[in-house]
Design a protein around this ligand. Structure first.
Ligand code: ADP
Ligand code: MG
Length: 682
C-alpha cells in the first residue's frame, strides 16, 4: 500500500497515541500531514556569528555545546543553562522549566539555536530558543520555520518532522494530476514543489506561489467533484411525477389554516420545491435559512404534497431533542389533515415493533420523523417519496445515501441554518439547487444584545430577576463550551453551575437543568415543562444550539461567550426572539482582551447571520464556521472562500473538463479518492 494512504490509527507507538488528536486537526492518513499547511512562518533565517549578535535581534547561531545543566532556583522551578561556542565566541543559553532539554542536548553536541538575543547584566544571552541537533539538515532553525495549527500533545515541531520525513521519503508518491494545459494556462507550479514550498519555503514569496497552486487545486477539485455528483444525480430517473394541480385546493387550505402568514421567502421556497416535484428527476435541494426563518413549515408543505400523491416522507434530525420537537410541530400541522406521523429515535426503538418483514410493516405512517435511527436497517417504507434532512452538515454522505436508498430515487430536501454566502454555497454544494429564506417572519424584533463584563455580572442577575418577576420572562442560561462533543466534563461543569445558581443566585426561582447525558425521556420532560412555564430558568449546555423552539423564552445568557464563534453565538441567540415579545441576549465574558471585545461587539450591532458569518470568516477562518470535516464534505484547508476570483477561475476550468474527465486518468483517480474519502470519513 502506498505510504501516504496509510491510516495513522493503524500505526503503532506515538502515532497510535496521537491518532485521535490528529484527527481533530483533520489528519487521518499520513498523506494528510502534507495538506496540514502552516498558518504562519517564524523568521529564523538570519544566521549570525556569536560575536556579532545584537540585543533584541532574532537570530540563529550554530556551534558546539560547552556545557548544559539544570539549575534549581526556587522550589518547583528549574532553569536549563548552557554555553555554546562557535569560531567567533561563546554565548549563554537559558530555557525555563524544560528539564527534558538536558536529556536531549549533550555536552559536545553540534547544535543550531534560534531565538531572541537579550541583555542580562553585561552579558548577552539567548533565551528559550528553538533548537535542533546536527549540522546538515535544518528544519526547525536557520530558515523560515512553518508554524502549524496544533492540538493537545501535538506540537508544530513534531508535525514539522513528520512533514519533512514524508516529503523526503515519499516524493514519488506525490504525483502531478493536473493536465499540463491547466497548469500552463493558470501559471501554476508543479504539485511536489508546491507542497514542499508551502512547508519549507526559502522566502514568503515562495510560500505565496505554493499556496496559490494548492488553493487552486482545492477549489478546482471541490467544484469538479460536485459537477460529477450532479451529473450522476441527473441520471437518476424516477418512476413518478407528483401531481400538483390536482391538489392545489388542499395545499391552499393547509396554508390558510397555518397560525401565521407565510413570508414571501417561504412561499418562493415552497414553489421551487413544487417545481422540482413536477420533474422526472429527483429533487436535490438545499434550503438555507437563518435560525427562526421558518424552514420547518416549508418542509411540512412538501411532505403534505408527497402524502397527497400517495407517498411517505421521512425527516431526519441530528439530535433527539430536535427530532421530538419536529415530531410535535409536524404532527400539529398535519394530523388534522389526516396524516399519521411517527417518531423513531434510538430510545424509542424498544417500543417499536419494527423488525417486521420488509414491505409489510405492521405499523403505518405517512411521515416518519427521527434521529439517525431512521436509517436502521429494520426501518422500511412502502413508498418513500421524500427525504428531508435537517441540519444536513451534521450527517455524513453515507448516512444520507442509506436513507435515500430506502426509496426508489426519492426527492431530497436538505436544510441548514448555517448562513453560507451564496457564492460559497455554489462552490461547496454545486450539485445542489439552492433555496434561501432571506426574510424573517413579520413582527420579529431585533434581539437586544449586550456584552457583560464580569464586573457587571451581579447587576445582570438582578436585572434578570426583575424581568422574571415583572414580565414573566423565561430564561436560558448557557454554560461554557468546554469540548467539542458533549463530554462528561461539560456535563459536570453544567451541573455545578446549576447548583450554584440555584443556591446562591436565583434562590426563589424555579430552575431546571438540561444536558446531553440526560435520558431522552427526561430531556423531553424538562423541555415540555419549560415550554409550559413550570420553570423560570433553564440551565443548559450548548446542546440547545440547534433548533429548539420555545417561543416564550425571551432572555438568553451565554457564559464564556468568547469561546464560541459568532455564527454559533448567533445560533444560540436564535433560541429566543421567536415571538413578538422583545428578547434579550446577554453575553458574559471573563477575558477583557480588546480583540475578543471587538469580535463580540459585532453581536450587539448585527442580527444577521450571514453578516456575522462573513465576519467570522475574516477573523477566524472558514473552519470555525462550517465545523470540521466530519460532515463528509471536504472543507477548505488552504484556499479561502473570500477569494472570489480564484473561485471563478477554478469554476471555469472545472466546467471545461466536465464530462471529459475520463481523458485525464490521474485527475479522475484523484476525484475518486476524494469521493471515497467523503463516503468513509474515517
Ligand atoms: P428554523 O428555520 O430555525 O427551523 P422554525 O421552522 O423552527 O425555524 O420556525 C421558528 C418559529 O417561527 C416557529 O415557532 C414557527 O412556528 C414560526 N414561524 C414560521 N414561519 C412563520 C411565519 N411566516 N410567521 C410567523 N411565525 C412563523
Ligand atoms: Mg429548524
Amino acid at each position: 500500500m502506498p505510504t501516504l494512504t496509510i491510516k495513522i490509527q493503524t500505526l503503532g507507538g506515538v502515532y497510535k497515541r496521537y491518532a485521535s488528536s490528529l484527527e481533530k486537526l483533520g489528519i487521518v492518513r499520513l498523506g494528510d500531514f502534507l495538506y496540514h499547511v502552516p498558518f504562519r512562518y517564524e523568521d529564523y533565517a538570519l544566521i549570525s556569528k556569536i560575536s556579532q549578535v545584537q540585543p533584541g535581534e532574532v537570530v540563529t547561531i550554530r556551534g558546539k555545546v560547552l556545557e548544559i545543566k539544570n539549575e534549581y532556583t526556587r522550589r518547583y522551578f528549574v532553569i536549563q543553562k548552557a554555553k555554546i561556542k562557535d569560531q567567533s565566541g561563546v554565548i549563554d543559553v537559558v530555557w525555563f522549566n524544560q528539564p527534558y532539554i538536558v536529556k536531549s542536548i549533550n555536552q559536545g553536541d553540534k547544535v543550531s539555536l534560534s531565538g531572541k538575543i537579550e541583555k542580562k547584566g553585561s552579558r548577552l544571552q539567548i533565551s528559550n530558543p528553538d533548537f535542533e541537533l546536527g549540522e546538515d539538515e535544518f528544519i526547525h532553525t536557520g530558515r523560515l520555520v512553518p508554524i502549524y495549527p496544533e492540538t493537545r500533545g501535538v506540537s508544530s515541531k513534531w508535525i514539522r518532522r513528520q512533514v519533512f520525513r514524508l516529503l523526503k521519503e515519499n516524493q514519488k508518491e506525490i504525483e502531478e494530476y493536473l493536465p499540463s494545459d491547466i497548469l500552463n494556462r493558470n501559471g501554476l507550479q508543479n504539485l511536489f514543489d508546491a507542497i514542499y514550498k508551502i512547508h519549507f519555503p526559502l522566502s514568503l514569496e515562495e510560500a505565496e506561489v505554493a499556496k496559490k497552486r494548492l488553493s487552486f487545486d482545492e477549489l478546482f477539485l471541490m467544484q469538479l467533484s460536485s459537477l460529477k455528483r450532479r451529473g450522476e444525480w441527473e441520471k437518476n430517473l424516477i418512476g413518478f411525477v407528483f401531481d400538483i394541480k390536482k391538489y392545489n385546493g388542499q395545499i391552499h387550505e393547509f396554508i390558510k389554516r397555518l397560525p401565521f402568514e407565510l413570508t414571501s421567502a417561504q412561499k418562493k421556497a415552497i414553489s421551487e420545491i413544487f417545481t422540482d416535484f413536477s420533474m422526472e428527476k429527483p429533487m436535490n435541494r438545499l434550503l438555507e435559512g437563518d435560525v427562526g426563518s421558518g424552514k420547518t413549515v416549508v418542509a411540512a408543505a412538501a411532505m403534505y404534497l408527497a402524502y397527497l400523491n400517495g407517498f411517505q416522507s421521512v425527516l431526519m434530525a441530528p439530535t433527539e431533542i430536535l427530532a421530538q420537537q419536529h415530531f410535535k410541530t409536524i404532527s400539529s400541522l398535519l394530523e388534522s389533515f389526516g396524516l399519521r406521523v411517527e417518531l423513531r429515535t434510538s430510545s424509542s426503538k424498544k417500543n417499536w415493533k419494527l423488525e417486521t418483514p420488509k414491505g409489510y410493516p405492521n405499523w403505518k405512517f405517512d411521515i416518519l420523523i427521527g434521529t439517525h435511527a431512521v436509517i436502521h436497517k429494520g426501518v422500511n417504507f412502502e413508498k418513500l417519496g421524500l427525504v428531508v434532512i435537517d441540519e444536513q452538515q451534521r450527517f455524513g454522505v453515507e448516512q444520507r445515501s442509506i436513507l435515500r436508498k430506502k426509496g426508489d430515487n426519492p426527492h431530497v430536501l436538505t436544510m441548514t441554518a448555517t448562513p453560507i454566502p451564496r457564492t460559497i454555497a455554489l462552490t461547496m454544494y454545486g450539485d445542489l439547487d439552492l433555496s434561501i429564506l432571506d426574510e424573517m417572519p413579520k413582527g420579529r424584533r431585533i434581539i437586544k444584545t449586550w456584552l457583560v463584563p464580569s464586573a457587571k455580572r451581579n447587576g445582570a442577575y438582578e436585572w434578570i430577576k426583575k424581568q422574571i418577576k415583572e414580565k414573566g420572562s423565561q430564561v436560558f442560561i448557557i454554560c461554557p463550551f468546554i469540548e467539542e462533543s458533549e463530554s462528561i466534563v461539560t456535563v459536570k461543569a453544567a451541573t455545578k453551575e446549576f447548583e450554584n445558581l440555584k443556591k446562591n443566585v436565583f434562590k426563589n426561582y424555579k430552575l431546571a437543568l438540561l444536558h446531553g447525558k440526560l435520558k431522552s425521556k427526561e430531556k423531553e420532560r424538562v423541555l415540555s415543562e419549560f415550554k409550559n412555564k413550570k420553570f423560570d430558568i433553564l440551565v443548559a449546555t450548548p446542546v440547545v444550539e440547534v433548533g429548539i423552539d420555545i417561543p416564550n423564552a425571551d432572555i438568553i445568557l451565554i457564559e464564556a461567550s468568547e469561546r464560541f464563534g459568532l455564527s454559533q453565538l448567533h445560533q444560540l441567540r436564535g433560541r429566543v426572539g421567536r415571538s413578538e415579545r422583545q428578547a434579550y441576549c446577554l453575553l458574559f465574558t471573563e477575558t477583557g482582551s480588546p480583540q475578543t471585545n471587538t469580535r463580540l461587539k459585532a453581536m450587539e450591532k448585527t442580527n444577521f447571520g450571514a453578516e456575522l458569518a462573513e465576519l467570522d470568516l475574516k477573523i477566524r477562518g472558514p473552519g470555525e464556521i462550517y465545523g470540521t470535516a466530519q460532515s463528509g464534505r471536504n472543507l477548505l484547508k488552504i484556499a479561502s472562500f473570500s477569494d472570489l476570483n480564484l473561485i471563478k477561475q477554478t469554476k471555469k476550468e472545472a466546467e471545461a473538463i466536465g464530462s471529459k474527465l475520463t481523458k485525464y486518468p490521474k485527475l479522475k483517480q484523484k476525484i475518486e479518492e476524494i469521493t471515497v474519502k467523503e463516503i468513509s470519513p474515517d
